[in-house]
Write a protein of this length. Structure first.
Length: 124
């Protein structure tokens, strides 16, 4: 029997918040520095209400800071809140490096004119 497990709310933690690709795009866009909402809207090619909803989720989990200047809102990435995400991905970094090293080795062998052709049973 398959039991449906309810999905965690996007505002429950940073991992759930960045499950949505648009929010990851917004974080990447904000990485270099603070930006006004209008610039985020233009860069994301989304409507202002949609961007505001994504920013609210990111703000609720602490991934962005907001500053008001007059009527304008400015957002910036909260690097301290991103640290747990970065630490989690580091666990897998050695596997990625290993895979990239294998791809590089294979590419170098394929471009070496002195190298004998691959054998079907050869392992990388």
């Amino acid at each position: 029997m398959i039991v449906a497990v309810p999905r965690a709310a996007t505002t429950s933690d940073a991992f759930n918040a960045i499950a949505e690709s648009r929010r990851r795009d917004i974080l990447v866009y904000l990485a270099p520095g603070e930006r006004p909402v209008g610039d985020i809207v233009d860069a994301m090619c989304l409507g202002q209400p949609s961007v505001s909803k994504h920013l609210k989720v990111l703000r609720d989990v602490g991934l962005v800071h907001v500053r008001r200047e007059g009527r304008q809102m400015f957002y910036r990435t909260n690097l301290d809140a991103l640290r747990p995400l970065q630490e989690w991905t580091q666990v897998f970094e050695r596997f990625w490096r290993h895979q990239l090293a294998r791809v590089k080795k294979r590419a170098e062998r394929q471009t070496d004119p002195k190298r004998p052709p691959d054998r079907p049973d050869a392992k990388d």
